[in-house]
Design a binder for this molecule. Structure first.
Ligand SMILES: *Cc1c(COP(=O)(O)O)cnc(C)c1O
Length: 423
């Protein structure tokens, strides 16, 4: 239990870091500037960013169009409370999201993070039943391998075998878990589980097309369509958690589009502001919204974050949507996918590689055995890239604007550490 390195005094004394054993973890690298798909460190090194800061910076860093929009909003009105007041950035952003999202996903509730967007979705589903006068529907059906955030409700629908679930299990509401219905037998099992738990369920929650933080596990659109069909058949609202997949990551603006599915509630966050500000949205279909439309004040949706619809964040998100409209982001995402497939597929069959998966601008290599993550991270840094393997996965989710040369550098680094050819 001796520390492998001495942490920087500031880290040891004041900063508590994410998912980090403060005693033994290597000290974090100090970033001083970003530009495009590069991160500059205090020691002068410049890294090619392979993961776009947890999948947020889809246009690359420091895009001038977003910077200009935020600066103008900062001068006019950085923030104003949302209770009793409204403002143009929120009004416009909500209307633009509604226009882009499938079907009648038209009613936008803003919050600050993906986890909270999921909490709001769960609350929406639960209160919808209460407003309809139906008691006892308190559980959610979620899928094994899923990740929906770190707050209590969100944790309760994460994969039940995963570490946080085990640790906090006693505190979490008990949910119902199933495998994603990739096969006929799994579809029958889901159908059976939905039937068995029918009167206790409020909703079904799914990450469409790819379970991200749970291990970059991908499923075909047919699987998502089966989830939607069975949810509907059992009268349950479907919550699509597009916090990771939203805004082009899978090659379409939203992953649900590929299955022709309109979920009842949809969660957005990560890339919503192009990686600049913290903002999230929980978007409901009209039928859900109307479940709260009443003369009874107690039927109102009972949620309201202090920084709800922060104007700076809304301005950043609007500017990000401008870029999606003006620039060929989806073509770029698909081109990245083709290059990732060409570069990573040859690793299939390499010693120690269990699987290679590519979908949209996501490429993942799964190892047969969990690697020494600290050593792996160090070797990736030696290649001049910022890539963060976790569990038995090393993956690339670069900015959709990445240049071919930088993408090849990322692919080369992953291939290098996988093959162990880099010494
Ligand atoms: C990251 C993520 C969340 C949580 O978002 P935070 O902003 O970290 O709270 C929820 N769902 C999915 C699918 C995610 O990838």
């Amino acid at each position: 239990m001796t520390p492998t390195t001495t942490p920087a005094p500031s880290s040891r004394n004041h900063l508590w870091r994410p998912y980090t054993q403060m005693k033994t973890a290597a000290p974090p690298l100090e970033a001083v500037a970003t530009q495009g798909t590069r991160i500059r460190l205090a020691d002068g090194r410049e890294l090619v960013d392979g993961i776009a800061s947890w999948w947020t910076a889809v246009h690359g860093y420091n895009h001038p169009h977003i910077a200009t929009a935020v600066a103008a909003q900062l001068a006019a009105m950085p923030h104003v409370m949302f209770g009793g007041l409204t403002h143009a950035p929120a009004e416009r952003l909500a209307a633009r999201l509604a226009a882009l999202l499938p079907g009648d996903l038209d009613h936008v509730f803003f919050s600050d993070s993906g986890s909270v967007a999921v909490e709001v979705a769960l609350k929406m589903a639960a209160q919808l039943w209460l407003n309809r006068g139906v008691a006892g529907r308190t559980r959610v059906l979620a899928f094994r391998g899923g990740y929906h955030g770190d707050t209590m409700g969100a944790m309760s629908v994460c994969d039940p075998e995963e570490g946080m679930h085990r640790r906090f299990g006693a505190w979490l509401p008990a949910q119902v878990f199933c495998d994603l219905p990739g096969t006929r037998a799994e579809a029958d099992a889901l159908d059976e589980t939905l039937r068995a738990h029918r009167d206790g369920l409020a909703a079904v929650i799914v990450e469409p097309l790819v379970q991200g933080a749970g291990g970059m596990r991908m499923h075909p659109p047919e699987t998502l369509a089966t989830v939607a069909r069975l949810s509907r058949a059992h009268g349950l609202p479907l919550i699509a958690d597009e916090v990771f997949t939203g805004f082009g990551r899978t090659g379409t603006l939203f992953a649900c589009e590929q299955a022709g599915v309109t979920p009842d509630i949809l969660c957005l966050s990560k890339a919503l502001t192009g990686g600049t500000m913290t903002l999230a949205a929980t978007v409901a279909r009209t039928e859900v919204f109307e479940g709260f439309w009443s003369d009874d004040p107690a039927a109102a949706l009972m949620h309201g974050p202090t920084f709800m619809a922060n104007p700076l964040a809304c301005a950043a998100a609007e500017a990000s949507l401008d870029l999606f409209a003006r620039e060929p982001r989806l073509d770029q995402a698909r081109a990245i996918g083709r290059r990732l497939a060409a570069g990573l597929e040859p690793l299939r069959g390499a010693l120690g590689v269990a699987d290679v998966r590519v979908l949209g601008a996501i490429g993942a290599v799964q190892f047969a055995r969990a690697p020494d993550l600290a050593a792996l991270k160090a070797r990736l840094l030696d290649h001049g890239v910022w890539v963060r393997p976790f569990g038995d996965i090393v993956y690339l989710t670069p900015a959709l604007t990445i240049e071919a040369a930088d993408l090849d550098r990322l692919i080369g680094a992953v291939a290098g550490v996988v093959a162990g050819q880099d010494g």
